[in-house]
Design a binder for this molecule. Structure first.
Ligand code: KMH
Ligand code: ZN
Length: 271
């Protein structure tokens, strides 16, 4: 079994400081949180940028500042979001890809997202995929519903992305696929052989699905983007605290944790 890749999803586009006072929002806060997660055992950091007022932005300049600040502290893999917030245009969402990060997310279909719609038409998906390919950016295939796996396989057939794919099952978003163990098993059994996967359980689904992934040979994403609590009604102190718990559980279960360079090897990322 491969070593465990832990991704820390630090900020997201939806969570506010009001909901989680320790949410990292400024480039300095995000870089410091990334470094803490790296020290705790994370090998990838999933980044959403915020503007000076704390609102989600897909600005090239802000992502550049964040990426440079993180890379000055450690060699964690920086994975910007191309999902942004539901109201960002496709052009805005693509901006951080121009920084040629090692990885970026690629959502492979449209779904409800709470009261909103997270729009990913075939045109968007293909445009994002081909730009990532041109710039040598490894896509992480974001899967919110089962059909999105099929959309990714279609992209492979069109030559827009390459096997083996790396999937992220985002389970438990209100309006999309729930985060039960059965849902995760269905997703895992639905991907082509040789692909890797991680799971981002939303809210209370985060911990149980993470434990399943550790056992099944998948990988784990935790962090305030997905879940702001440590336990029922108790806010987590930091993103790193959520990473530390996964490292402890993995150790108890005999699964070693990957360094960033080991994660690069597992995911076929050439630095
Ligand atoms: N904020 C969501 C609408 C991603 O980062 O690629 C989309 C999202 C996915 O978070
Ligand atoms: Zn995200």
């Amino acid at each position: 079994m491969d070593k465990l890749i832990i991704t820390a999803a630090l900020t997201g586009a939806e969570v506010t400081k009001k909901q989680q006072p320790n949410l990292p929002v400024t480039p300095d806060e995000i870089a410091e949180a990334a470094y803490e997660c790296y020290k705790a055992g994370a090998s990838i950091v999933h980044v959403h940028a915020r503007d000076k007022d704390g609102n989600p932005t897909q600005s090239y300049e802000v992502y550049k500042e964040i990426k440079e600040k993180i890379e000055a502290k450690c060699n964690i893999i920086v994975q910007p979001s191309t999902g942004g917030a539901v109201w960002h245009t496709a052009e805005e969402r693509l901006e951080p890809v121009e920084l040629r990060p090692e990885m970026a997310t690629l959502s492979c279909g449209t779904c409800n997202f709470g009261p909103d719609v997270f729009m990913n038409s075939e045109e968007y998906i293909e445009k994002f995929a081909s730009r990532m390919k041109e710039l040598g950016v490894k896509p992480e295939i974001e899967v919110f519903e089962r059909g999105m796996i099929q959309n990714a396989i279609r992209l492979v057939k069109k030559g827009l992305i390459d096997m083996p794919l790396h999937f992220d099952f985002v389970l438990g978003v209100p309006g999309a696929c729930p985060g039960t163990p059965e849902d995760l098993m269905y997703m895992v059994r639905s991907i082509p052989e040789g692909c890797t996967w991680t799971v981002a359980g939303i809210g209370r689904a985060e911990l149980p699905l993470a434990v399943m992934a550790i056992i099944l040979g998948g990988h784990v994403r935790v962090g305030f983007e997905d879940n702001i609590y440590y336990s029922k009604g108790v806010l987590a102190e930091s993103n790193a605290q959520l990473v530390e718990r996964i490292v402890r559980i993995a150790k108890e279960l005999g699964r070693e944790v990957a360094t960033p360079d080991e994660a690069r090897k597992i995911l076929n990322i050439k630095k």
